[in-house]
Design a protein around this ligand. Structure first.
Ligand code: ZN
Length: 87
């Protein structure tokens, strides 16, 4: 079964990295890095910043390859958080 993706950063959502709603229940759409206590952890984040961040991560971290970063960058516009930018 395919894992759902965080609808903000495009990373795979696992049981242990899901975000939290205001009532501390689990949010099934965003990861803990993006969404905590019912709010985005960085509300000023833009899709462009996400792209830059992913590219930087791919350069620095071995866990994320350039190919994976590009793959996620291509996915970003289809994610719920960023869709609005393209209407
Ligand atoms: Zn995320």
């Amino acid at each position: 079964m395919e894992h759902p993706l965080c609808q903000s950063c495009g990373f795979v959502l696992l049981e242990e990295n899901k975000g939290t709603n205001r009532d501390q229940s689990i949010n099934g759409e965003y990861c803990i890095h993006c969404f905590q206590n019912g709010e985005f952890t960085d509300s000023s984040l833009s899709i462009h910043t996400m792209e830059v961040r992913l590219n930087d991560m791919a350069k620095i971290h071995n866990e994320l390859s350039m190919e994976e970063a590009q793959h996620i960058i291509h996915l970003l516009p289809s994610l719920k958080r960023w869709k609005m930018d393209f209407i």
